[in-house]
Each structure stands twice: as structure tokens, then as C-alpha cells.
Design a protein around this ligand. Structure first.
Ligand SMILES: [Mn+2]
Length: 447
């Protein structure tokens, strides 16, 4: 088997122009203010080994730099505008733990107007913040970064009599950048589309491999093999592979059970490409065919998924999408006898919560649950062209629910698509992942 030849390798030195465009957009919102971000650091996995480094999404979104221990300063009204602080070059350390870009590389390759070793942050930060009225820093995210900013402000305050002016407003940088990240730019969309593409192939492979006797972790391994071999960085989040009543555990990640005939398998998995995430869920019958009762339950969720997607239009909002889905799910639950009485009453008293306990949508982007507020001034935020969101209704029937038909007990179904809002209407990025009963059964039968 030579499965690699058809896939273009990832460019180890990708074009960086879009990062400069993002900085220009964000800088234009800063006025005379400054933005200070930290890229994060290595985290211990056990004893002296670490998790693979994954930079902070905001930091990477504006720099493209993937090194631990880097700080960026972006100023709206002064030069140098874009300043990076990075680990200095160190031949011996680089032999052990990998190449470093160093201050020179930060200028030459990453477009910084100036760059310094990280150890000089305390010396330079007051100069960069002198006369800046407000500082945007992620509040409550990196204690060391907030402390460095605080110290720089203290320094400027003490020097006020000598002509220096401290900032006196701190703003949450996540709000500032979240606004920009909400509307996906061309580079973000290209990465998202590629993440979805790769995830689509992985879900198809998972469907083809699903059969009685297979273990959940084997499906997980297959998904992640497909992600990596097709050039994704890996999984954007812990893959959920849950057969039978494991599918009723929303964040099930044990993935260690053996699949049995008659069960449904819920797979929630997505690849990460250029640090953008796909997020896809499909539910398939382990034995290749849905039972009649399973079809009935599946159809309810599919109808909710489609109605929810139809609501992903300019001026719509994720609260209305959620309510649309809830109504369809509740009608379905009533039809199955799982909730009784008046529909509006059931919606109001949340009788459905036993079977549907999560929200229907979240933003999708560099983080799987992406940046940007959902609610503004206590009102749901209207959708705009360029927003990307998930639509993921589900129904989860507890294994011990005596009111449910026996064949539905321990069934969990979720159908999750990634949707891009256009002025003309919703685009389902994940349209190629089969979701009708016929299409799923055809793929599982070898189509
Ligand atoms: Mn999701």
C-alpha cells in the first residue's frame, strides 16, 4: 500500500502575507492602543516529557509563529508597530529540543519591525507602552504576561515625573481579536476547507471500517491515521468514538469498548490544519443497517440538523437555530412518547433536557469552540457573512430509561455539520460526509 503519493506535503515555510493582513486589520482597531500576546509554553506530560507544542490561537493568528515562549506587541499608533520577543538562538539547546527562529529570524521570516530575546522583555516593554492609552492583553489567560504588563505600567507610573506616561486602561485582547476571528478571511477559509476535506475522508474511512467486533480505539486510530497521512497536524480535539450507550456520554474519550451488532456508533472527530479545526459528528449502525426504531430516532435528529442549517443565514442567530432544533426534537420525542403533554409547555419546562442537554451551535475556527462573543448586550449576536458555526443537534436515550422503547435505550445520535454563512445563504462545508440513512448504509456496504 502506497497511500501517500496523492497528498501534497505540507509547506514547511508557508506564505505569511495573510498574517500581516490580519495584523493590519487588528492594528486599525487599536487606535493609539497596544496589544500584547503570549504564544504559550511547553506543558509537562509526565516527568520530563512534554506535550507537542501548540501555540495560543490568538498569538498564532497574528504571527504565524509556532515557537514556545514568544511575546508579541502590536501598536496601533507608533513604530516599530510589530515587535516580537523570542528565545535566543542556542546551538546546544537546539540540538536537543529543536530549531529556534531567534530575533533575527523573527524579523527576516516573520516580518517583525523589531525583535529581541525574551529575556529583554522587562527592559523593552515600558518603552513600547509609553504614551499608549490602553493595553489589550488576554485577561486571566497568562499570569506571567499580565504581570509583565503590570510591571511595565508601574515602571512608567514611577517615571511620570520624568516625562513618561503609563497606560491606564486594560482591555481583554480576546474581545479585540475575537471580533476579527469571527469573520473568516480567505486564509482561514482555505485552512478550514482543507481541515473539513481531510476530516471527510477520515469519516468515510471510519464508516467503511465499522463492523461488529471492532474496538472503538481502532476507529479512533484510523481517523487519526487519515488526518496525519493527509497532511493535517492531527486531531483538533480528542476524538469521540462511542458505541451503544457510550454515545450518550457527551465527552466520551475512553474509546476502549468493542462494538456490537445492533448498536449505533457515534463518531465526533475533526482534523486541524494550519491550526484551524474541523468538527464533524456522524452516527452509524455498527452492523451496517439501521433498525426501524433507530431509523425513527435518526430521522428526528436529521430533520433538526437540516432545519438548523437552514437558519444559518445573515440576520439569523444561534439562539434561533437552537430553538428551531429544539422544537423538532421535542415533536419527535413526543411522537415516541418520551415527553408528554403540550409542546410549548415541554419547551418551557425543559422536559427534553433528559435527552438533549447541550446547545446546538458554536463558532468554529482556530479553536474548535472558536473566539468571539455569542451574546452582545444580552441579545444573541446576528450572523454575518464569513461566520462559521456548527449545527449539531442530538438525542441521547439513557440506557436505564424505562419510559423509552427497549430498542432505543442506550442510543445516542448526533449529526454535526460545519456551516459557513454567506450573504446568499448557508454553505454546508461538510456536505460530502454522508448523513442520510441511505447514503450511510451505502458507504458501509462498500459504495
Ligand atoms: Mn462541535
Amino acid at each position: 500500500m502506497v497511500p501517500f503519493e496523492t497528498h501534497a506535503p505540507r509547506d514547511p515555510q508557508p506564505a505569511l502575507a495573510h498574517f500581516a493582513e490580519r495584523r493590519a486589520r487588528v492594528a486599525a482597531t487599536l487606535g493609539e492602543g497596544a496589544l500584547v500576546l503570549y504564544g504559550g509554553e511547553l506543558r509537562t506530560r509526565s516527568n520530563d516529557t512534554e506535550f507537542r507544542f501548540r501555540p495560543d490561537s490568538d498569538f498564532h493568528y497574528l504571527t504565524g509563529l509556532r515557537e514556545p515562549g514568544a511575546v508579541m506587541v502590536l501598536r496601533g499608533g507608533a513604530t516599530p508597530q510589530f515587535v516580537l520577543f523570542v528565545r535566543p538562538r542556542d546551538a546546544e539547546a537546539e540540538v536537543w529540543s529543536g530549531r529556534r527562529v531567534g530575533p533575527e529570524g523573527a524579523v527576516a521570516r516573520f516580518g517583525a519591525d523589531a525583535a529581541h530575546p525574551l529575556g529583554e522583555l522587562a527592559e523593552h516593554l515600558p518603552k513600547l507602552l509609553d504614551g499608549v492609552p490602553e493595553v489589550h492583553v488576554p485577561l486571566g489567560r497568562w499570569r506571567a504576561l499580565e504581570l509583565a504588563v503590570q510591571r511595565a505600567i508601574d515602571h512608567l507610573r514611577r517615571r511620570n515625573r520624568w516625562g513618561e506616561t503609563p497606560p491606564d486602561v486594560l482591555r481583554d485582547a480576546r474581545t479585540t481579536i475575537g471580533e476579527d476571528r469571527l469573520v473568516k478571511d480567505p486564509a482561514a477559509l482555505a485552512a478550514l476547507r482543507r481541515a473539513v476535506d481531510i476530516s471527510t475522508e477520515a469519516h468515510l474511512a471510519a464508516m467503511r471500517a465499522t463492523r461488529p467486533g471492532v474496538f472503538e480505539y481502532q476507529i479512533e486510530a484510523l481517523l487519526e491515521y487519515e488526518f496525519r497521512r493527509r497532511g493535517a497536524e492531527g486531531s483538533a480535539y480528542g476524538s469521540i468514538v462511542g458505541g451503544g450507550d457510550n454515545a450518550t456520554i457527551l465527552h466520551y474519550v475512553d474509546n476502549d469498548a468493542q462494538l456490537r451488532d445492533g448498536q449505533l456508533l457515534l463518531v465526533d472527530a475533526g482534523a486541524e490544519v494550519d491550526l484551524f479545526a474541523a468538527d464533524i459528528t456522524r452516527t452509524t449502525p455498527v452492523g451496517g443497517r439501521f433498525s426501524l426504531a433507530q431509523r425513527e430516532l435518526y430521522d428526528i435528529v436529521l430533520r433538526a440538523n437540516r432545519a438548523g442549517i437552514a437558519g444559518a443565514v445573515v440576520g439569523g442567530d444561534i439562539d434561533s437555530i437552537h430553538r428551531t432544533c429544539l422544537r423538532i426534537l421535542c415533536e419527535g420525542l413526543a411522537g415516541l412518547g418520551l415527553i408528554t403533554g403540550d409542546l410549548d409547555e415541554a419547551l418551557k419546562n425543559e422536559a427534553y433536557k433528559r435527552y438533549y442537554m447541550h446547545r446546538t451551535s458554536h463558532w468554529l475556527g482556530a479553536d474548535v469552540h472558536d473566539a468571539g462573543y455569542y451574546t452582545l448586550a444580552r441579545k444573541p449576536r446576528p450572523l454575518q457573512p464569513g461566520y462559521v458555526l456548527t449545527v449539531e443537534p442530538g438525542l441521547y436515550i439513557p440506557a436505564d430509561d424505562e419510559t423509552a422503547p427497549p430498542e432505543l435505550r442506550g442510543c445516542g445520535i448526533r449529526i454535526e455539520d460545519d456551516v459557513l454563512v454567506h450573504a446568499e445563504g448557508p454553505e454546508v462545508l461538510t456536505w460530502r460526509v454522508p448523513k442520510t440513512i441511505d447514503d450511510i448504509e451505502a458507504v458501509m456496504a462498500g459504495a
